[in-house]
Write a protein that binds this ligand. Structure first.
Ligand code: PHE
Length: 338
């Protein structure tokens, strides 16, 4: 039978042709040639009507096998070519610019605190922390602010109820440190503090402080000055000039504030230092004997100094940041500058 011969030859020629196919386009041409409605295989099916009745089952079977096998090989190659070409197009376009990965970085306040910690660690201080929700006792009373004492008005307080509040400074951590350890103690105490103040470029309801405390036998005011001058020179630069001004805090006696020369005008007077040539950077003093009594330290035996500084303010002065609110707005244009 001629037609069986033709089927065999068709199978052979399809095998040869599909081996040469390298891309989807020529595969499609091959599909049209063999499998479309007017293709070779369909034409052979049309010829079936000329085959004698007794030969029909055999020829029909061979034709079905031919069509199935052609279709199968076509499908396999199609899948292979598509997966390869898909990768080619999506993965490699050497002309595209590279993708930039955005790296996060530490907030300027964290960077400043890290620097402060490193300096004080070098001066022999360890780190101690306390809670932000504080009792009136730790925040005021144990620090020698008697009830109704006008000094409480120095710090506008967010009260939670009659006896609890959001701490207005990190000084209560001094009390917690002294009640938990015997002298000598030497630590800095960083953390958030809260004040119920009108929000402006200069003040915010939340900010950060670093407290410092050193208690031992024979600690002197001269040591306090030496420590703070060493800190300020490492932080702001070795040519820095400074002065200590008398001040008042209920928990230190005597008390002082430390000023440094304005780095913008070098002491001549400008908008930054409000014309004075000086910038206040911290409060400090010798621990008041009343505080020692409260925590159970013998004021006849021990002396100590304490200091406290605002991290926002310390960084504002170093980097000339015009508005304290910028720290908390998370505007990337600001944050990326550091
Ligand atoms: N706690 C004071 C304040 O918030 C700062 C201070 C700390 C002063 C320690 C003296 C000693 O202003």
């Amino acid at each position: 039978m001629d037609i069986l011969q033709t089927i065999k030859e068709t199978d052979k020629s399809f095998s040869q042709e599909i081996q040469k196919v390298q891309d989807i386009k020529s595969l499609e041409e091959l599909r049209v040639k063999y499998l479309s409605r007017k293709g070779i295989v369909s034409t052979l099916f049309d010829d079936l009507k000329n085959v004698s009745r007794e030969d029909k089952p055999l020829v029909g079977k061979s034709l079905n096998e031919l069509r199935n096998s052609v279709q199968l090989r076509f499908d396999e190659l199609k899948e292979k070519l598509e997966s390869v070409s898909g990768k080619d197009h999506t993965l490699v376009d050497l002309s595209l610019p590279g993708r930039k990965t955005e790296l996060g970085s530490k907030h300027i306040l964290t960077q400043t605190l890290d620097e402060i910690k490193t300096i004080f660690k070098g001066l022999g201080f360890s780190i101690f922390e306390g809670p932000e929700l504080e009792s009136d006792y730790y925040n005021f009373e144990a620090l020698n602010f008697p009830p109704d004492h006008p000094a409480r008005d120095m710090q506008d307080t967010f009260f939670v109820n009659k006896s609890y509040l959001l701490r207005t400074h990190t000084s209560p951590v001094q009390v917690r440190l002294m009640t938990s350890q015997e002298p000598p103690v030497r630590a800095i105490m960083p953390g958030k503090v809260y004040r119920n103040e009108a929000i402006s470029a200069r003040s915010y309801c939340l900010f950060h402080q670093v407290e410092g405390l050193y208690v031992d036998t024979d600690v002197t005011f001269a040591e306090l000055k030496g420590t703070l001058v060493s800190f300020a020179r490492q932080f702001y630069g070795s040519d820095l000039k400074y002065r200590f001004r008398p001040s008042f805090f209920p928990f230190t006696e005597p008390s002082a504030e430390m000023d440094i020369t304005c780095f913008l005008c070098h002491g001549k007077g400008c908008r930054m230092c409000k014309g004075s040539g000086w910038l206040e950077i911290l409060g400090c003093g010798m621990v008041d004997p009343n505080v020692f009594k409260e925590v159970g330290y013998d004021p006849e035996k021990y002396t100590g100094y304490a200091f406290g500084m605002g991290i926002e303010r310390i960084a504002i002065l170093k980097y000339d940041i015009p508005d304290i609110r910028m720290y908390f707005e998370n505007d990337l244009r600001f944050l990326k500058q550091f």
